[in-house]
Design a protein around this ligand. Structure first.
Ligand code: ATP
Ligand code: MG
Length: 395
C-alpha cells in the first residue's frame, strides 16, 4: 500500500500574514535534511507531506522528529477519494492490527464527496464490525483510533501519531551567538534557542595549556550533537590564555571570575558585530554559582548592550539535566575535562561584586589590546553532525 508522512505544523500555524515564510523555511530545512533520500515533499498552508521509499521510513521519521516547527506527524496510507477505494484500503490496514475497540473519525475537505463525515463514520464502522471478529466501537477510549481525511484527489488514512519537536523552523529568526562551554547548561541553552527558530554560531573560550585538547574535543562533540538539529554550526575557538593569565597576575583573587566573564562578554560583543549576531546566548542559571547571582550578572552584563538570552535562567539543575539527557548531550557534558572557568577557581569568589571594584581591577592590565588580539586570531571551524575530523592541530 502507498504511504506518506503527514506533517502538522507547530506554533507557526498561529502565524497569519507571514505564515508562508515559516512554512517555506520548514520546507527548505526538511529538504536539506532529507537531501540524500529519495523523497518528494509537498506543502500547503495547513500541512506538509513527504512521499518516501519504504526502506527509508525509520531514518526519515527520526529526521522529521528532530526538526523544529513540527507539532506532530503521522504515517498515512494513501488511496483515491472514492468511497470503495477508501473502504478497501481501510480493511487492508486494520487486518494487520491487533485491537478490540475502535473509533473512526472522518474529515472531509473534499465537499463534493457524496457522504457526510458522520454518516461515513458509520459506514466504515459497520464495514469493520461485519468483517472482523470480536471488535466493538468505543468512542471514548478506543485501542485503535483511525483518522480518515478525504481530500480532493486522495484520501489519507492513519492511526498512529508521533510528537514533533514543536517550536519554529530554524532560520526564521535573526542569528545569535552561543557561548558554548563543555558543561551541561550551555548545550541545553543552545537547543532551546534553536527551538525558537534561532540559528547561531557557537563560541568556545579555551585556555591551553591550562585546558586540554580533550576539553576542545568535548565542545566539538557537543556542537555536532546540536548540529543534528540544523545544517551546520560555525564554531569559533577563542584563545583566552593571555587574558586569563593577566587576570590572575593582576586582579584581586575574589574578582577574577567576575572579570574573566566581563572579558568574555566584551569578546562576545565584538563577535556579534563581526558575524552579525543579534543576541548572545548562554547557559547561565540564576543563583547556580557565584558568577550567576543577579548582582554578578548585572555587573558582568554591564559591558555589552547586546541582548543576552539565558534560556535556562529559571530552571533547576535537575530540569536542565533532564533536557540534556533527552538531547543526548549529558554523557558528553559530564566528561571530566577542565573548562577555563573551572581552572584556578578562587576559594571565595565574590557573590555580590561591585561594579566600581571590577572596573578598578580590570584597569590594572591592557585588556583592550588583548581582546582585539583574541578576536583577530580566533579559529573558526564548520561543524556538521556526521563529520569526524580531528581539530587538534588548530592553534
Ligand atoms: P555550563 O554547564 O554550560 O558549563 P556552568 O554552570 O558551568 O555552565 P559557568 O562556567 O559559570 O556555568 O558558565 C556560564 C555560562 O557561560 C555557560 O553556560 C556558557 O554559556 C558560558 N561559558 C562558560 N565558560 C565558557 C567557555 N569556556 N566558552 C564559552 N562559553 C562559556
Ligand atoms: Mg562551565
Amino acid at each position: 500500500m502507498n504511504r506518506l508522512i503527514l506533517i502538522k505544523y507547530g506554533e507557526l500555524s498561529t502565524k497569519k500574514g507571514n505564515r508562508n515564510y515559516f512554512i517555506n523555511t520548514l520546507y527548505n530545512n526538511l529538504k536539506y535534511k532529507l537531501s540524500s533520500y529519495n523523497v518528494k515533499i509537498d506543502k500547503d498552508r495547513a500541512r506538509m507531506t513527504i512521499h518516501f521509499s519504504d526502506t527509508d521510513l525509520d531514518d526519515i521519521k527520526e529526521i522529521v522528529g528532530n526538526t523544529f516547527g513540527i507539532h506532530s506527524y503521522h504515517v498515512a496510507y494513501v488511496c483515491s477519494s472514492s468511497a470503495d477505494d477508501i473502504k478497501e484500503t481501510l480493511l487492508n490496514i486494520v487486518r494487520s492490527i491487533d485491537f478490540d475497540t475502535f473509533k473512526i473519525e472522518t474529515k472531509r475537505s473534499n465537499k463534493s464527496f457524496p457522504i457526510h463525515s458522520q454518516d461515513f463514520n458509520r459506514v466504515l464502522g459497520g464495514l469493520l464490525l461485519k468483517n472482523i471478529d470480536n471488535i466493538k466501537v468505543d468512542v471514548h477510549n478506543p485501542n485503535l483510533w483511525i483518522k480518515v481525511e478525504i481530500r480532493d484527489k486522495e484520501t489519507y488514512i492513519y492511526y498512529d501519531s508521533f510528537a514533533g519537536k514543536g517550536g519554529y523552523p530554524i532560520g526564521t529568526q535573526a542569528k545569535g551567538m552561543l557561548m558554548l562551554s563543555g558543561g551541561i547548561d550551555s548545550p541545553v541553552a543552545g537547543f532551546l534557542t534553536m527551538k525558537r527558530g534561532v540559528k547561531f554560531d557557537a563560541v568556545y573560550f579555551e585556555a591551553i595549556p591550562h585546558t586540554s585538547l580533550d576539553a576542545r574535543e568535548k565542545v566539538i562533540s557537543l556542537c555536532r550533537k546540536l548540529a543534528s538539529y540544523t545544517d551546520c554550526i560555525n564554531l569559533h575557538i577563542v584563545n583566552f590564555t593571555p587574558i586569563q593569565e593577566e587576570i590572575y597576575k593582576y586582579c584581586r583573587d575574589e574578582y577574577v571570575i567576575t572579570i574573566m566573564r566581563r572579558m568574555m562578554y566584551r569578546i562576545m560583543d565584538l563577535l556579534c558585530k563581526k558575524y552579525d549576531g543579534k543576541i548572545i546566548i548562554n547557559g547561565e542559571s540564576i543563583g547556580q554559582v557565584a558568577s550567576q547571582t543577579l548582582t554578578s550578572m548585572s555587573v558582568i552584563n554591564e559591558v555589552t548592550c547586546v541582548p543576552v538570552i539565558r534560556p535556562v535562567a529559571c530552571m533547576d539543575k535537575l530540569e536542565i539535566m533532564k533536557i540534556a539527557r533527552d538531547i543526548d548531550t549529558y554523557e558528553t557534558s559530564i566528561l571530566p575535562y577542565e573548562d577555563c572557568c573551572t581552572v584556578f577557581v578562587p576559594k571565595h569568589p565574590v557573590i555580590n561584586p561591585k561594579l566600581s571594584v571590577a572596573k578598578v581591577e580590570e584597569e590594572k592590565f591592557d585588556f583592550e589590546s588583548l581582546i582585539k588580539e583574541a578576536v583577530d586570531n580566533l579559529n573558526t571551524i564548520k561543524i556538521f553532525e556526521n563529520d569526524s575530523e580531528n581539530y587538534n592541530d588548530l592553534l
